[in-house]
Design a protein around this ligand. Structure first.
Ligand code: SF4
Length: 62
């Protein structure tokens, strides 16, 4: 597996389908891991994941 490029997602247009760096992008890897339930707003797991993401974002921002 290719080495990750830290922060590469900060310099793209988020057009992942056309991106040559998907195997080296942490954001893309995270999106790939999500299953359909993670994206269903009527499922409690969606809100748990969203809450966890905001917590991680606040930690990084600090
Ligand atoms: S895979 Fe998607 S998010 Fe990652 S660098 Fe490429 S376009 Fe950006």
């Amino acid at each position: 597996m290719a080495e990750k490029i830290s922060g590469i997602h900060n310099y793209c247009d988020r057009w992942c389908e056309r991106c040559a760096f998907t195997s080296r992008c942490e954001v893309y890897r995270t999106l790939e891991e999500k299953d359909a339930l993670d994206l269903d707003k009527d499922n409690e797991k969606f809100w748990e994941t969203l809450s966890q993401n905001f917590s991680e974002m606040m930690t990084m921002a600090r």
